[in-house]
Design a protein around this ligand. Structure first.
Ligand code: ZN
Ligand code: ZN
Length: 455
């Protein structure tokens, strides 16, 4: 019997967590939190696990919406074994510890977890490198045959993996977050060569017209043109980014353009956990699918924005500030800078990533000069600066998801990690290509039986 139950992350981007039962072995694919929610609200629905076998958690990558709920899971189910790539483990060490400090401000002591909990959790993680094989079998597995597990580089962030599970005649591939074509640093996803029987795929950009997204080259050109204009007029540029993935890609784009003499050479400011994550990129550049392993992020000259309280200096010396959080959440550096930036006529805020609708980042991204934006502390600010949007996606566009589908030629497709509209476009296209597939738009807690005992 093979059964699939989404505990979160089915209809939305957040709290990715999918339960898979293969002949009695219970597996969770990812264990994330919803970054815009707090406390119990932010977690996948772990209650259903009470009546199910649970043996393993397999992690696709280290973004919070895929690993953030691990400490909560492990405190309830301490026996689970966690499997991840070495790079994901390295990043998880940084980000889960970092989250302890943030959570302690948000939650009561009983809902929270400690640094010791994180250390303990990390000790129960098993490392699996790309293309190495692991055989797994749960406590109540009811056949002699184990399940074969492999990771494939998913090209999304450092250490990101698509998960291939093989058992009897079934080959199940969970894409995780996947970027098929190359970014500036990461060279794109590597897919299994043989066909799969079931494809569990993300659908992030299903509703986004690929033509509107441009490509790496054209977006870089547009970015450089706008940046040079602002810097020439004496303004500074703020780029809010996720510290994991987007920050490293943007750094390598900017340094590449400065080196080629196309982008004005100005001081670059950054800080926080992103710098530590960049080191993980550098240390693993020969171990993952990398565009240019000779390039090191640590060679880029950067200044730290820690301790700068008077931001008026950015009006005297044009600079580029790369700050997290990506969605300009309250209490972060990007929020503090954005409040100042919005009021400066010659300055620019460059939006380069995904914005959740409930965030200040979304409201700022939607605004243009002269608009009033409401920030989370209630302050209404008139937008004086330039606000521009660029596409540097870390996810596959919808045509690439279709390409993955065509290459892997599955009989079953389960669509996750995307909104209704996104699944509609992708599902429709897949059915046009192959009307005989069994296609599922996953819904939270709705089980999908991929193989019954009678099959
Ligand atoms: Zn991700
Ligand atoms: Zn994700």
């Amino acid at each position: 019997m093979i059964k699939f139950i989404p505990l979160g992350g089915a209809e939305e981007i957040g709290a990715s967590c999918f339960y898979l039962n293969i002949d009695g072995t219970g597996i969770l694919l990812d264990c994330g939190i919803h970054p815009q929610k707090t406390g119990i609200e932010s977690l996948p629905d772990f209650d259903v696990l009470k009546d199910l076998n649970l043996d393993y958690v397999i992690l696709s990558h280290a973004h919070q919406d895929h690993i953030g709920a691990l400490p909560f899971l492990v405190s309830r189910f301490p026996h689970v074994r966690i499997i991840a790539t070495p790079q994901t483990i390295e990043i998880a060490d940084l980000t889960l510890h970092n989250a302890v400090n943030i959570l302690n401000d948000q939650l009561s002591e009983t809902d929270s977890y400690t640094h010791e909990d994180v250390d303990l959790l990390l000790r129960s993680v098993y490392e699996l490198k790309y293309l190495d094989t692991m055989y797994i079998k749960g406590m109540r597995h009811y056949s002699d045959l184990p399940i074969r597990l492999n990771f494939y580089d998913a090209g999304h962030i450092i250490g990101s993996a698509s998960v291939l599970l093989e058992y009897k005649h079934d080959r199940i591939l969970y894409t995780g977050d996947i970027k098929l074509s190359k970014q500036k640093l990461l060279a794109g996803a590597i897919l299994p060569e043989q066909r799969v029987t079931t494809l569990i795929t993300e659908t992030t950009y299903g509703s986004t017209d690929t033509k509107k997204m441009g490509n790496l080259k054209s977006e870089t050109r547009r970015f450089v043109k706008s940046a040079n204009k602002i810097l020439a007029e004496g303004g500074s540029i703020l780029i809010p980014v996720f510290a994991l993935g987007k920050m490293q890609e943007i750094f390598s784009i900017i340094s590449g353009e400065i080196e080629k003499g196309r982008l004005t050479d100005v001081p670059i400011y950054t800080g926080g956990i992103g710098e530590k994550i960049s080191k993980v990129y550098d240390n693993n550049r020969y171990k993952v699918n990398y565009v240019n392993p000779d390039f090191r992020l640590s060679d880029i000259k950067k200044e730290s924005y820690f301790g700068i309280n008077d931001l008026s200096g950015f009006g005297k010396t044009p600079s580029i500030v790369i700050a997290s959080s990506g969605m300009i959440l309250p209490g972060t550096f990007s929020y503090k800078f954005a409040k100042f930036w919005l009021k400066q006529k010659s300055f620019g805020i460059f939006i380069v990533g995904y914005m959740d609708e409930e965030t200040p980042g979304f409201r700022i991204a939607q605004s243009s000069r002269g608009d009033i934006v409401m920030l989370n502390d209630g302050e209404e600010i008139k937008v004086e600066c330039t606000v521009e949007k660029f596409f540097f996606p870390t996810h596959s566009n919808r045509e690439e998801i279709i390409e993955i589908f065509m290459q892997l030629n599955p009989s079953n497709v389960i669509m996750v990690h995307g909104e209704e509209e996104s699944k509609n476009w992708i599902g429709h296209r897949m059915l046009e290509i192959n009307p005989s597939i069994r296609l599922y738009a996953s819904r939270k807690l709705n089980p999908i039986v991929l193989r019954s005992d009678a099959d």
